[in-house]
Write a protein that binds this ligand. Structure first.
Ligand code: MG
Length: 169
């Protein structure tokens, strides 16, 4: 078993869609960035890479490369899962916290956790998304930024005369 930790923060600016965990929210501001600025999925990528000791998101998907411009966070996650799978590493659990003032996540937290479960092909009772405001403090508290922290548990699956394939959906 391995653990990985990830963090990401993006500035919130007018005229960009607010995308978090691959879900679009109705909000007048959205994360700026070279890609879609999805802090939850970017932090997840860093957590996955960390668990495998494979560097960080900037090493694999540099924002200087036009190839990744506007790329959805889910694409980074899928590419990262493939890197881990080559090493027989598979995520089995995710916990996360999103730091933001607005919009309120409320019931969306469960939807986001289920979206993570689907993306990682694990059971939704093994994914968690929590939300924290910053009590009005700092850039996040002023609604000028959104951040996320992710912890992932990754399992190494050694083939025992069988397959290391992930279970079918
Ligand atoms: Mg990012």
């Amino acid at each position: 078993m391995r653990l990985g930790l990830g963090f990401d923060i993006h500035r919130l600016v007018p005229g960009r869609p607010f995308i978090l965990g691959g879900v679009t929210f109705d909000h007048p501001r959205g994360p700026s960035g070279h890609s879609d600025g999805d802090v939850l999925l970017h932090a997840l990528v860093d957590a996955l890479l960390g668990a495998a000791a494979l560097g960080d998101i900037g090493d694999h998907f540099p924002d200087t490369d036009p190839k990744w411009k506007g790329t959805a966070g889910s694409v980074f996650v899928i590419e990262t899962l493939a890197l881990l799978a080559k090493r027989k590493l598979f995520p089995v659990q995710v916990d996360s916290t999103v730091f933001l003032e607005v919009p309120k996540l409320g019931k969306k937290k469960r939807e986001l956790a289920e979206a993570l479960a689907s993306l990682l092909d694990i059971s939704p009772d093994r994914t968690s998304v929590k939300a924290k405001t910053m009590e009005g403090l700092g850039a996040i508290g002023a609604g000028e930024a959104v951040a996320a922290q992710v912890l992932v548990v990754v399992e190494e699956r050694i083939a025992k005369g069988g397959t290391t394939k992930r279970r079918a959906k």
